[in-house]
Design a protein around this ligand. Sequence first.
Ligand code: HEC
Ligand code: HEC
Length: 312
Amino acid sequence: MKRTLVSGLGLAFICACVFFVLSIPDPLQADALPTHSANLENGELIFWAGGCASCHAAPGATEDDLLRLSGGVELATPFGVFKSPNISPDPNAGIGDWTTLDFVNAMVKGLSPDMDHYYPAFPYPHYQNITYADLIDLKAYLDTLPLSSNEVADHELDFPYSFRRGVSLWKWRYLDRNRSQPVKDATAQLERGRYLVTGPGHCGACHTPRDAYGGEQVERFLAGAESFEVAPDSAGEGGGRIPNITPHKDGIGDWSESDIAYSLESGFDPDFDSFGGSMVEVQENMARLPAADRAAIAAYLKSIPPQPSDLP
Ligand code: HEC
Ligand code: HEC
């Protein structure tokens, strides 16, 4: 009896130590960043490709208001309601006093300047695939946007998700899986498509199925998913189902590359139905990219492994 208690306590102690070690933040240091003089035009391209305004502009914002990143968009998930923060260059309410290194650590490590772990409702598992040079350009572009003094309320999360340090376990289990590497011998176009889809475009955040802990089943990349958001209008007309966009007959196997590129430009699928739900904003962002980038995304989507929507 005594022995069981002692070994029980021993196990609890070991678990606590392991958890403590896993939850120690591992930020990038300044020398990890390349010397790179910022290109604002490219920063703006990454901003639209990344869909930052869809979550960080005020709810319902359009046109010029998309550039005022006052935050406050609510993301209702099975874990509770996340509220997107103000990331305008306001030094108090926003991120105006952040260094470029602070910003890069948020985007690739999911770490705040105070070394808190961010929840993956912020799609950094995908943004970690953006190059440092593109992140430096993006930060410089964000610095040019209008200030907002809007203060956003805290997330409303259920226990144990309200415990931020616990996110470290999630990161330990899932973060590396979302890392995407350049493909050897791929054409420049396919490589650009892979980069846009798996990096800034974060298509998998909605189109790849998730497991019970919200981790993406990367082996079923883009096979379609139940909407992770529980907000009523987050998915399209198919209810909570987000379509398969692999080149399978369950997916978009019968769309040509130009059908895909045209849909991202215009919002119309090959049957001339318009996109609905959260894809509307994604498409409006994609429409701002150069045509060559939409063509690259289309070529890449046609090149990935076809997946059935449901496993047999
Ligand atoms: C799907 C919605 C969503 C998208 C898209 C999104 N974010 Fe966020 N972002 C969030 C949420 C939610 C948080 C808060 C995370 C937390 O509190 O742990 C956040 C946090 C942040 C933070 C930390 C802010 C702070 O005050 O600590 C930064 C910086 C940021 N996002 C930048 C961006 C950029 C740049 C983009 C576009 C490339 C982007 N986000 C796209 C939802 C999003
Ligand atoms: C915020 C969630 C979200 C993100 C991110 C997202 N999508 Fe979608 N996508 C959807 C939803 C929801 C639909 C269904 C729209 C409808 O029902 O009209 C959809 C539909 C589509 C379709 C049409 C499929 C069909 O069979 O009709 C294509 C193609 C597509 N998305 C491509 C992309 C690409 C490429 C990306 C990344 C650049 C992307 N999506 C990122 C939510 C998302």
